[in-house]
Every structure is written in structure tokens, then in C-alpha cells.
Write a protein that binds this ligand. Structure first.
Ligand SMILES: *[C@@H]1O[C@H](CO)[C@@H](O)[C@H](O)[C@H]1NC(C)=O
Ligand SMILES: *[C@@H]1O[C@H](CO)[C@@H](O)[C@H](O)[C@H]1NC(C)=O
Ligand SMILES: *[C@@H]1O[C@H](CO)[C@@H](O)[C@H](O)[C@H]1NC(C)=O
Length: 253
């Protein structure tokens, strides 16, 4: 009996560590998260492409949305319904929340932006999900000296403030996308524009790179040692080559 026990313990541990809970990522955001279209294109579908079963993703992001219009048009309500139904089915539910590009265009909206984000964090928690605040994808307008002239910087700051206050998970996509864009430079950054003069949206090739960037940031944020409940490594497929390129500041296409 004793021998059998010693034999089977490692087997049990192997089985336990191989278990991967069904996991869903629900993406809330504007055109810089949304599926590719005539006037929008973000990282959402590129992120989806990094997932492996039992990981799934619903991209709820829509062109032109601010936190205000996403809530007012019922998009947020629909996302929450989906969150609740996945929770019921015993999925781990992660909700990424990335706004700012359109909130920025609203007059005196800074405080309301933070209020909306805080409410969203609370709503997701209320449905048994894990909110992940995402700072906005950087715009690709360069100064002559090669640094980004990105007026979204303060908005990235508001997102960080809310994450801290609400003790919510967050990833700094603004900072990381700015770093990569400044490393590759303006000429190469122009190659990922959705159309001539569109320095905001991503074309198909770029959607994969920034989708991978988000995947890597999420793994780093959620999969720390000892936080097994949030560990997403078993549902995020890897591409070591691309991850290394992003770290080194290279876009090889
Ligand atoms: C995500 O990828 C899967 C598998 O390739 C696909 O079936 C699904 O439609 C995609 N979902 C989105 C939101 O793009
Ligand atoms: C680049 O130019 C901008 C605009 O003049 C300036 O604000 C910024 O500090 C400069 N950055 C560097 C690193 O020189
Ligand atoms: C992995 O990344 C490399 C480098 O960016 C890319 O060429 C390749 O297509 C990627 N592989 C897959 C399976 O996506």
C-alpha cells in the first residue's frame, strides 16, 4: 500500500497542475480594441488569436465609444450579461477595460471618466469577474526628435489612478506601446497605419503584434507566483519569437 501511495502522489500532482479552468476574456473598449473594419482596428482580435482552449474571448469593443457612450448605448450592459452567464457556467471571467481615445474629446470629462471606470470595476466584480484596467493604446504621432507626441498621456494616468484606488488589476498598454513605437521609429510605425494618415488604428499585421503585447502584459500581471486563481498561462499560447522582438523593440514584418 505504501509503495502505491508513493507512486501515485506525483501522478496526482501532475494531473492537478495540468488542470486548466475554462476562462473567458470579455473586451470592453473603443476602436483601438475593436475588430478590424473600414475605420477601426485594434488589438482585440490579435489577442484572441493568442488564446488556446479552454480560453475564449468576446470582443465587445466598438468604434467611437467612450466610457459614456459604451454605457449609454447598452454595450456595457450586454457585456455584463455575458459575464454573468459565463460565471454561472463556472468560467473564470476577465474583463479588460480600455477607454480614453474618445473620452478625451469630451469637454471637462476627466472626473467623469474616472467615475465611470470605477463603476465598471465594481460592476464586473458584482458579476463574479476580474476587471483589468488597460491604459489606452498610444497614438503614432511623432515629434521631429523621434519621441511620441501623445496627448493621451494624462488619460493613461487617470486609468492608473483608478486602478490604484480600486485595487484593480491593470496593464500599462500606453507605456508599452509608446516604448515599442519609439524604438522602431516613425518610418516603420507608418507601415502599421490602417490607412494613409490614420495614426491611431492598427492594420492586420499590427493587430497581431499589439494583441501579443496585451497577452504578455496580462500574463505578467495575473500570473505571479502564488496567485493560482488568476494565472492565465494555460490559456495564452506562446510565440517566444514575437514576445522577444517586442521586448527588444523590433517589429519584423
Ligand atoms: C477568436 O478566435 C476563435 C478561434 O480562432 C474564433 O472562432 C472566434 O470567432 C474569435 N473571436 C473573436 C471575437 O474574434
Ligand atoms: C522631443 O521634442 C518634444 C517637442 O519639442 C519635447 O517636448 C521633448 O522633450 C523632446 N524629447 C527629447 C528626448 O528630446
Ligand atoms: C510568431 O512570431 C513571428 C515573429 O513575429 C512571426 O513571424 C510568426 O508568424 C509568429 N507565429 C505564429 C504562429 O503566429
Amino acid at each position: 500500500m505504501r509503495t502505491i501511495f508513493l507512486f501515485s502522489l506525483p501522478t496526482l500532482l501532475t494531473v492537478a497542475s495540468a488542470y486548466c479552468p475554462p476562462t473567458v476574456f470579455l473586451l470592453a473598449g473603443d476602436s483601438t480594441t475593436a475588430s478590424l473594419s473600414a475605420n477601426g482596428g485594434g488589438w482585440g482580435d490579435g489577442f484572441n488569436a493568442t488564446l488556446v482552449p479552454p480560453g475564449v474571448c468576446e470582443n465587445h469593443a466598438l468604434n467611437g465609444r467612450s466610457t459614456k457612450t459604451f454605457i449609454d448605448n447598452g454595450d456595457w450592459g450586454r457585456l455584463l450579461e455575458s459575464a454573468a452567464s459565463f460565471s454561472e457556467k463556472e468560467y473564470r471571467v476577465f474583463v479588460t477595460i480600455q477607454f480614453g481615445h474618445n473620452d478625451q474629446k469630451l469637454v471637462d470629462f476627466e472626473e467623469q471618466f474616472k467615475t465611470n471606470l470605477k463603476a465598471m470595476v465594481g460592476d464586473v466584480r458584482g458579476k463574479g469577474g476580474v476587471p483589468v484596467l488597460v491604459t489606452p493604446l498610444a497614438r503614432r504621432n511623432f515629434w521631429p526628435n523621434g519621441t511620441l507626441n501623445d496627448i493621451l498621456s494624462p488619460w493613461a494616468g487617470y486609468v492608473r489612478e483608478v486602478a490604484e484606488e480600486m485595487k484593480a488589476n491593470s496593464i500599462d498598454l500606453w507605456k508599452e506601446s509608446k516604448r515599442l513605437l519609439e524604438a522602431v521609429g516613425e518610418t516603420q510605425a507608418r507601415r502599421i497605419d490602417l490607412a494613409d494618415g490614420d495614426h491611431t488604428h492598427l492594420n492586420h499585421a499590427a493587430e497581431k503584434v499589439f494583441g501579443r503585447m496585451v497577452a504578455d502584459l496580462l500574463v505578467a500581471e495575473l500570473s505571479e507566483r502564488g496567485r493560482k486563481r488568476l494565472d492565465v498561462r494555460c490559456v495564452v499560447g506562446r510565440n517566444e519569437t514575437m514576445s522577444r522582438e517586442i521586448k527588444k523593440g523590433v517589429m519584423s514584418f
